[in-house]
Design a protein around this ligand. Sequence first.
Ligand code: C2E
Ligand code: MG
Ligand code: MG
Length: 563
Amino acid sequence: MGDQTITPEDKRILDALYESYNIIADDTYVFICNMKYDYSRWSKELVETFGLPSEYMYQAGKIWEEHVHPEDRQAYSEGMEAIFSGKQSGHDMQYRALRPDGEYDLCTCRGTVLYTEDGKPDFFVGAIRNHSQKSHIDEVTGLRNQYGFFSDLKSYIREKTPIKIGMAGIAKLTEVNEAYGYDVGNKLLQNLGRYLMDNVTNRGGTYRLDGSRFAVISTTQTEEEFAQLYYDLRAHYRKGIRYDGRDYSIELNAGMLVLDDFNVDDQTVYSCLNFAYQESKIHKHGDLVKFNQELTGESKERIEKLHAIRSSITQNYKGFYVLYQPVVEAATEKLIGAEALLRWKSDEYGVVPPDMFIPFLENDPLFPELGEWILKTALNDAKKIMSYVPEFVINVNLSYSQLEKPDFADKVLHLIRESEANPEQLCLEVTERCRLLDMELLRNVIVRLRSRGVRIALDDFGTGFSSVGLIKNLPFDTIKVDRSFVKDIEEDELEKKLLESFTGLAGIFGPDVCVEGIETSGMCNIIRDYGVHSFQGYYYSKPIPIEDLLEKVKDGAECFAKQ
Ligand code: C2E
Ligand code: MG
Ligand code: MG
């Protein structure tokens, strides 16, 4: 057995059998072996997880044996020998199997032999359950969960199947849980899960992701049908559902994405989908937001570009670099600091500015790593400037998602120690998107960092709708007034009035004011009179590489002062 090449017809039969077993193999890896040729097809997921050579293998049992833990190997090979010699017609065993990263996963393998009419062993089919792999089923709703979602999404991408993906979530589920108890919250989730199942089942998959969010993947619906599904769903839940004698009216949020381009991975797709969802939640009152046209105005290039950028994070930050834009004291025009501004560049896409990718990736699991790299790079570069301008403060932008990590403050303090900088020489800029976080949590992080000397600035002041609330409730050192408020200040009386009210508010609550986007001498002359502390803008310098900044400051902090 096993020394002939399989015929095309036998391979076709093997594939057909594989496909039919694979359909019913929930959460397990399927394998099937034509015993005459000892030729097998194994689940692609298993092949990828354990780094096997291919889905199709001659003598797969021997190849797999190499992955079985040395202590379990003898039992495994005896079991296989018993099957192939015809002594046994099935097996059921547990062993540890080696992954490419050197870890072992505990697996249960169950298989059975199928015989020909005249009683010869024909096929050996079975399933391997990997106990280290998370279950794909959500316990509350019975739907596939986020592991199931990612597993299916990966298959669609691998098989290049065009799909539409939707993410919908219940607004304010936490409040429902708090007001009426988890039991009610769970009932709503089950109800919504059921609705989605009933309306999508034959045309794709339904998943419960995390918390209040669900996803739907459809292979057949048009975009219009897909959007209609959401609007029907929304109308249905707005009307309210009845549970235990009480009516619950539910608001939803939703994002969608059309995937017809496969040079991407599942995480990038998820980040883009999540961004569309967040937009629906934050800015669109729950209207369906589609990733791509509505958000970027660009075509599908965008998602590929994001994929390339995201992959750079895992390739030692290849393509990322930081530019520095000087900050000068308003009264003297002396250099007092600089803002670190991230860039990414590749041969294919050229230079990509940060607001083209950061908002899309800030919820990505890889983002905190990138954030740390930026902080480290900026602190190390800033030290070079400090030899010439001792009080130099380096400003580093943060995404709100970085602040949310429990060890964030510790990480920052550690990086400061490592770079041997003074905490007072680091200023972290947060934007108004940080109001998406729990206020208590945010306040704790800010207070902790400030108590060690780190400064905190509120960036893009005035662009959101809770600026005043934020500076009232959180102790910022600086507010940075966005350039959109001063760009026409030379002619526009309204802008003057606005600036006056901003500096007035800062006077009441304490922080300094930095005005961004200074482009002309006329602007600085007007703005200086409002008691602004510092300036930043093209008039002094565009963002430049650290070497260029270093070159300028070698003569001292006056290098940007205009005569
Ligand atoms: P921001 O923090 O408000 O940065 C100021 C932006 O305004 C920069 O754009 C800067 O180049 C631009 N700018 C400065 N002066 C002038 C001027 O006189 N005229 C005009 N027209 N523009 C001026 P940039 O570098 O494209 O950054 C855009 C945004 O991306 C930043 O806004 C910040 O929110 C975000 N960002 C940049 N780097 C990082 C980073 O490392 N991490 C995070 N989380 N966000 C970053
Ligand atoms: Mg900034
Ligand atoms: Mg800003």
